[in-house]
Design a protein around this ligand. Structure first.
Ligand code: TGC
Ligand code: FAD
Length: 387
């Protein structure tokens, strides 16, 4: 049986549609989040430290291996992302980066040798990867990137800088996007190569428990085999983003559900005015109802996207609409819950404030809200309005 708070939030009885197997995975991940993630993640957030102690069980859950082997359908995968992000957006991001971006790039564009060398240990999380697309001066517009690869005897030399890279300083390998003969291509680069330096970005007030950094490459020599031959343009990088954006669409449903769950419980206990719990006031219930409606809408969008994915019918505009909508709605839910917790809403004893500030990152990365609205706008009007 799913827990009661979960049932209250499932107003449209979507859980009834999930198979026994899907429910079992949801329960397993939910238990992991409740028992291992929620008890320690606030402290890591406060201390700006990576939650290393929650990784062994994450490994044991074998989620990435299940995805890589094709054993996990899109809806089950989405439900797992929802449960993980109920714990922490930064935790869900670990799987999005390692699974969708890095393993996704290697699977789609890598050689048999890349797959053999990297996929097994990335899948078990015994090795870490990172995805280097964004640059200090090219975030929303990665096509303008300055990182260059040039041919040299026996391989290539890569120079450039990547910024805001998740797991940059933890990674054993990086998928580096660079221009070769003017075209954007992907390279598999081991992070211990000469001229390859990584630096942490400290001082973030969002995603504080996530490791974020820079990749600095000064004439890094790689062999010919480092080039992912099947990567041909920025379109290849954008293909990797589709799956990671799908993770976000489901993940933020979990963050919003977590916020509402915690807030309903709190306001049923918290008494003000005439000995009545705050949850009995009309203004409060109005906000609860609005949030429940938004969360239901977000989950329906995520579910429909999953169905399209299962039928191999997903278009980039579907993903953009869902990423734009769900991130905005999740952050509005989190901000409303923060307000409803009063002063406790800004204290780390409760998870709402942390979820809210982490959602600021999720709104920005993998394409900002503006960028996704421009993709939807282009679909509606036929006019590309980026520049
Ligand atoms: P544009 O001319 O529009 O497109 C170039 C080619 O790519 C095709 N395409 C796609 N293909 C697959 N999937 C998609 N989502 C695609 N979007 C576009 C397109 O059809 C075209 O193909 P062809 O054959 O005609 O050449 O390219 P553009 O350079 O004008 O860029 C458009 C824009 C602005 C939408 C794109 O640059 C963009 O999405 N910008 C946002 C950048 C972004 O999302 N960066 C993410 C970095 S990674 C990250 O944030 C990880 S966070 C960690 C975590 O996930 O947890
Ligand atoms: P900018 O592009 O400078 O945008 C600034 C503002 O201008 C935004 O509001 C944006 O919407 C708006 N804007 C931009 N262009 C337009 C336009 N044409 N019209 C209207 N408004 C516009 N990247 C990676 O490659 N790998 C990673 O692993 C990774 N992890 C990340 C982890 C974290 C914690 C964060 C915060 C970011 C990460 N990123 C990563 C980078 C992320 O993808 C970029 O931050 C994002 O794409 C936005 O780029 P930017 O920050 O340069 O913003």
């Amino acid at each position: 049986m799913l827990q009661s708070a979960e049932t209250i939030l499932d107003l449209y009885e979507l859980d009834a549609e999930w198979s026994e197997e899907q429910r079992a995975i949801v329960e397993q991940v939910r238990r992991y989040v409740n028992n291992e993630v929620l008890p320690c993640i606030g402290e890591h957030h406060n201390n700006e430290t990576f939650p290393a102690e929650i990784i062994p069980t994450l490994k044991q859950l074998g989620l990435l291996e299940a995805v890589a082997s094709g054993d996990m359908d899109p809806i089950t995968y989405g439900l797992v992302m929802r449960e993980l992000e109920r714990g922490s957006s930064a935790l869900r991001s670990i799987l999005s980066v390692q699974g969708s971006l890095v393993m996704g790039a290697v699977s789609m564009f890598g050689s048999d040798e890349h797959k053999k060398t990297w996929l097994p240990e990335l899948g078990t999380m015994d090795k870490w990867g990172c995805f280097g697309l964004t640059e200090p001066d090219f975030g929303s517009n990665p096509s303008g990137m300055l990182t260059r690869a040039e041919r040299v005897s026996g391989g290539y030399k890569i120079s450039g800088a990547k910024s805001w890279i998740t797991n940059a300083t933890k990674a054993d390998m990086a998928v580096v996007w660079a221009k070769l003969d003017g075209k954007i291509r992907a390279f598999v680069v081991e992070t211990d190569r000469k001229g390859f330096e990584t630096r942490d970005i400290k001082g973030k007030w969002s995603f504080r428990s996530s490791s974020t950094g820079q990749l600095l490459m000064d004439n890094v020599e790689v062999p010919e085999s480092a080039l992912m031959e099947k990567s041909t343009s920025i379109g290849s990088a954008l293909k990797c983003l589709n799956q990671a954006r799908y993770s976000i669409v489901w993940g933020v449903v979990g963050a919003a559900r977590g916020c509402l769950e915690e807030t309903v419980m709190y306001l049923k206990e918290r008494v003000q005015f005439d000995g009545k719990p705050l949850a009995s006031h009309q203004l409060i219930q109005n906000k609860f109802a609005w949030m429940a409606a938004e969360i239901t809408g977000m989950e329906l969008i995520a579910k429909r996207l999953g169905e399209l994915k299962a039928q191999d019918q997903v278009k980039p505009v579907h993903v953009s609409l869902a990423k734009m909508n769900n991130c905005r709605k999740a952050i509005e839910v989190a901000r409303t819950c923060r307000e409803l917790l009063g002063a406790n809403g800004i204290h780390s004893e409760y998870h709402v404030g942390r979820r809210m500030v982490d959602l600021e990152t999720v709104l920005t990365y993998e394409g900002t809200e503006h960028i996704h609205s421009l993709i939807v706008g282009q679909h509606l009007t036929g006019i590309a309005a980026y520049s």
